[in-house]
Design a protein around this ligand. Structure first.
Ligand code: NAD
Length: 368
């Protein structure tokens, strides 16, 4: 599976320590197995410099869909790990939002020098085509509709081409999904029908954080924001009258909602203890540093909106575009996140179980 660890029996050290020789491949294979993978592909093409991985996580609900990212990786195994982690997440996002797709991710290891970008993406298109429609590719970090147009010369299993009307930045759509989850939580937990006067503490004023601030400000919410980038903060102060706090203080802000929109693993024992909010709902992937912290928030009476459910606006749009739908259709489905997550809030209260456990179980059952 992992090309970096080719067998060289002439090397005595390798023969003497076979367990060392296979360490990287073995742990990645175990990781893949643990995540439930069965279908992982690599392509190396010397002529174009293409080194790509397609990790297809699940096909039970339909062809697997997920973006193609082209970023720099120090090693092939780092790229593989990224593909595995992200493809798995796509399956869960697709399943919980009832998309007729499994999840997958493609990773192209960004070459130091790209001699011929068109040749590289055409080769990638051939690679996707060889998979016979089991994987549908789309934009992600480092790719745009222009690259999808090149890929489309070689395969029909691509979306987000310039003809489809796709944008290379899904953040505004992601933010709408998060805003809908916040509205549902505010209704469920606080009994309020609107965000007027609701105080939202946003961690991260980047692509999604900024768009979320814009969304909730338009509906009358007040905002406290933190970021390590002063320029990003200033934009939110100028445009939305946001209050600012130090990055370390965001967890202890007295507000209605905490919206993590910067980093993963920010919800842990230390930060949950500090929270003075009724609701946690944000865009960041893998917010819980361990899934049992969902239960801890539940015990503390904090309503947690499962991240993989509410940050799927971009994936929903990609799936709609592949199905020849348009932005209106996507908006309809992204708005529906309100109802999906509201049902989970209700079940959580009824069954006295953490929201993330319920959402993960629903997704897992749909992927079986
Ligand atoms: P981004 O890089 O544009 O924004 C992240 C922001 O967080 C940056 O402004 C950065 O300066 C800030 N930041 C970094 N460390 C911080 C800290 N300690 N405290 C406060 N701020 C800090 O990324 P993004 O596209 O806005 O995505 C945000 C999160 O949402 C990521 O976890 C991403 O994986 C997830 N997500 C994004 C999308 C999308 O459509 N962009 C979709 C799904 C999930």
């Amino acid at each position: 599976m992992v090309d970096a660890v080719s067998d060289r029996p002439s090397n005595p050290k390798r023969v003497a320590h076979p367990h060392v020789r296979y360490t990287v491949a073995d742990s990645l294979m175990r990781y893949a197995e643990f995540l439930g993978y069965g279908d992982i592909h690599t392509k190396i093409d010397e002529k174009t410099g293409l080194k790509a991985i397609v990790a297809i996580h699940n096909l039970k609900r339909g062809p697997a869909i997920g973006g193609c990212r082209m970023v720099t990786y120090q090693t092939i195994d780092k790229a593989m790990e990224d593909a595995l982690r992200l493809g798995y997440m796509m399956s869960y996002k697709a399943a919980i939002n009832n998309l007729p797709h499994g999840g997958a991710k493609a990773v192209i290891i960004k070459p130091k020098v790209i001699k011929d970008r068109e040749a590289l993406f055409e080769k990638f298109g051939e690679f996707v085509n060889e998979l016979g429609g089991r994987y549908i590719t789309a934009v992600d970090s480092g790719t745009s509709p222009a690259e999808m147009d090149i890929i489309a010369r070689r395969t029909p299993y691509v979306t987000c081409t310039s003809k489809s009307g796709a944008d290379s930045d899904p953040s505004p759509l992601t933010a709408i999904g998060v805003r809908r989850a916040i509205e549902a939580a505010v209704k469920f937990k606080l009994g309020r029908d609107s965000l007027e006067g609701v105080h939202i503490a946003i961690q991260g004023a980047g692509h999604v954080g900024y768009c979320l601030a814009k969304e909730v400000h338009a509906l009358g919410a007040t905002i406290t924001i933190s970021d390590i980038n002063l320029k990003s903060i200033q934009r939110c102060v100028d445009e939305f009258g946001a209050k600012v706090c130090h990055p370390d203080e965001i967890y202890g802000i007295e507000a209605d909602v905490f919206a993590p929109c910067a980093l993963g693993a920010v919800l842990n024992l230390n930060t949950i203890k500090q929270l003075k909010v009724a609701i946690v709902a944000g865009s960041a992937n893998n917010q819980l540093s361990h899934s049992h912290y969902g239960a801890l928030m539940h015990e503390r009476g904090i309503l947690y909106a499962p991240d993989f459910l509410i940050n799927a606006g971009g994936l929903i749009h990609v799936a709609v575009l592949y199905d020849h739908g348009d932005l209106n259709k996507s908006m309809e489905q992204i708005n529906n996140i309100y109802h999906t997550v509201y049902d989970i809030y209700e079940r959580s209260a009824h069954e006295n179980r953490a929201t993330n456990e319920i959402a993960e179980k629903i997704a897992r059952d749909r992927l079986r």
